[in-house]
Design a protein around this ligand. Structure first.
Ligand code: NAI
Ligand code: MG
Length: 361
């Protein structure tokens, strides 16, 4: 009996469906080559288009419908005509929060053949895993809007850092650093954020005591932004808050091939709920429908899904196949200097995966 992985596909808006198709092709290729497991994809139409028809981003019992799946594979949501805070809060954040996906894993690795705007920088120089707190912090959605429209109007956006929430993400990062045998850098801002980030730093120090084997660093976020560009090799495993992680990983994407190559996984480590895998880019309305979106970010997130299911060997092979495609440089989308289509790139990755040499690597 083959192991079945039930995947909920939320392709979403814009280029979401285009890039996800290619990731699905790659997953199917992997399962047919492995032979011991297969994927069963169920598509959900939830998107901004769905919102315009039904007045909601997802069904009322959407989370219940998703709950029994092994994972969620998401394209991108957001489209002109529906306010971004609605598409984000009513679908993506609902899933991340509802399913307690409190870990956001964002690999920032300069794959071979990927374009890098930094001079004399290679794969060894940019190879980090950013672990972003994904459930609270600056994106807790807590606050108030007082005296709206009045001259003395006031808005409050409150950061929420619970001990449980802060400790579990920092502990997860220590475990990951220990597993990888690499250093752990905490990025915070205790000098200016005199409650939340002082607390964060304190918990980082507390948890560090349990991991004397893990080398640690603590950077202020502004300095870290500079070092991402000037000395990216300083960073191996990185742990940071929701907002800082959001911003720093776009910077990370910029130095590691661009948004078309940046992947992210929203993980519920206890596996009580499905985890969600997605490219970190949005729906790119400017190029949607043209067939030129780069599918490599969603293919990378498919490789993260394989890792999550315990098929790290296949996760690595998918990355390797992407590297071969990029190093050869013949089949690339325009954002990374080529003139091929989304489909052609997806097919090239499938073809390289198929190349027998990979099986021996
Ligand atoms: P975006 O990531 O969609 O696009 C930014 C720029 O990068 C655009 O020029 C786009 O063409 C390019 N780009 C993005 N992905 C690409 C790919 N795979 N291949 C080639 N080029 C690519 O961000 P933007 O324009 O700020 O947002 C557009 C919509 O997407 C908004 O509605 C926003 O709310 C939503 N969004 C959704 C996200 C999600 O679903 N996780 C994340 C970010 C934005
Ligand atoms: Mg972002």
């Amino acid at each position: 009996m083959k192991k079945q992985y039930k995947i909920a596909v939320i392709a979403g808006d814009g280029i979401g469906p285009e890039v996800l198709n290619e990731g699905i092709k790659v997953l199917n290729q992997v399962s047919s080559m492995d032979g011991s497991f297969e994927f069963q994809f169920t598509h959900f139409p939830w998107s901004c288009e769905y919102y315009l028809k039904h007045g909601k981003m997802m069904d009322d019992d959407g989370l219940e419908q998703l709950r029994s799946f092994d994972a969620i594979y998401l394209g991108a949501v957001g489209y002109p005509g529906v306010p971004d805070h609605i598409s984000l809060w009513d679908l993506l954040l609902k899933i991340r929060k509802g399913f307690n996906q409190y870990v956001n894993l964002r690999p920032i690795t300069l794959l071979d053949g990927a374009p890098c705007p930094l001079k004399d920088v290679t794969r060894e120089h940019i190879d980090m895993l950013v672990i972003r707190e994904n459930s609270e912090g600056e994106y807790a959605g807590a606050g108030d809007w007082l005296f709206e429209g009045k001259p003395h109007e006031v808005v409050l956006q409150t950061g929420v850092f619970s001990r449980v929430g802060t400790e579990r993400i920092i502990r997860y990062a220590f475990e990951e650093a220990r597993k990888q045998g690499r250093s752990l850098t905490s990025i915070s801002k205790g000098n200016a954020l005199n409650y939340s980030m002082v607390f964060w730093d304190q918990i980082f120090e507390e948890v560090a005591k349990e991991y004397p084997d893990v080398k640690t660093h603590s950077d202020l976020v502004d300095a870290a932004a500079m070092f991402f560009v000037k000395q990216p090799w300083r960073f191996e495993v990185v742990v940071t808050s929701n907002l800082f992680g959001d911003i720093m990983t776009d910077l990370g994407a910029a130095i590691a091939g661009g948004l078309g190559l940046a992947a992210g996984a929203n993980i519920n480590p206890e596996r009580e709920f499905p985890s969600m895998f997605e490219p970190i880019h949005g729906s790119a309305p400017d190029i949607a429908g043209k067939g030129i979106a780069n599918p490599l970010a969603s293919i990378w997130s498919a490789s993260q899904m394989l890792d999550f299911f315990g098929h790290e060997d296949w996760g690595q092979r998918v990355l390797k196949a992407m590297e071969i495609v990029m190093t050869e440089g013949e089949v690339l989308t325009p954002d990374i200097g080529g003139s091929s289509s989304t489909q052609e790139v997806g097919e090239a990755v499938v073809q390289k995966l198929n190349a027998a040499s990979l099986l021996n690597s």
